[in-house]
Design a protein around this ligand. Sequence first.
Ligand SMILES: *[C@@H]1O[C@H](CO)[C@@H](O)[C@H](O)[C@H]1NC(C)=O
Ligand SMILES: *[C@@H]1O[C@H](CO)[C@@H](O)[C@H](O)[C@H]1NC(C)=O
Ligand SMILES: *[C@@H]1O[C@H](CO)[C@@H](O)[C@H](O)[C@H]1NC(C)=O
Length: 151
Amino acid sequence: MRASVTFVALAVASVSAQTNYNFTSELDMTIDPNTVKQSDRAVWCRAQTDTCSLLCNKNAEVNSCTESTLKWNCTCGSNSSTPGIEFYQQTVPYFICEALYGQCIQQGAGTIRGQDVCNDNIKPLCATNPPPKEPVSDSSETSGTATSHGF
Ligand SMILES: *[C@@H]1O[C@H](CO)[C@@H](O)[C@H](O)[C@H]1NC(C)=O
Ligand SMILES: *[C@@H]1O[C@H](CO)[C@@H](O)[C@H](O)[C@H]1NC(C)=O
Ligand SMILES: *[C@@H]1O[C@H](CO)[C@@H](O)[C@H](O)[C@H]1NC(C)=O
């Protein structure tokens, strides 16, 4: 009897460790907002709107972030497009990526295979560029074509 209870517990643990994180970008990642402290969500949203503004040369058309859901919108006034938010730290997708990685590592703790999934499928997608300190380009001088952000 005791042996079969142990077996069930192990089976459950290995199922959760094998959660398949199948993402192609930070933008695919979601997190249950309730697993993130409200104060952290506030920090994430402030960083998100700051970074959006900088990536849009301080000319964002839409720049919103909702702390309770962690949903955000960012489009630039110059082209009504979303800039490359997923390539920068200090954005909601970046913080979700890092938090999901942390949760994944915890769930996979003790199983090498479980942690491999985190290191292979999540970590490489978490942005590595710090956000720009200033607007990414001076669009008053360079008309559109020079908006490279290939750091
Ligand atoms: C991962 O996602 C891609 C595209 O959504 C899909 O084609 C592929 O089968 C998925 N792989 C796994 C292992 O779920
Ligand atoms: C739109 O403009 C912003 C800066 O104003 C730029 O970062 C972004 O790459 C542009 N997007 C497209 C699709 O051209
Ligand atoms: C944000 O985008 C979503 C879907 O892309 C849209 O439904 C929502 O109205 C937008 N919110 C704002 C404030 O623009």
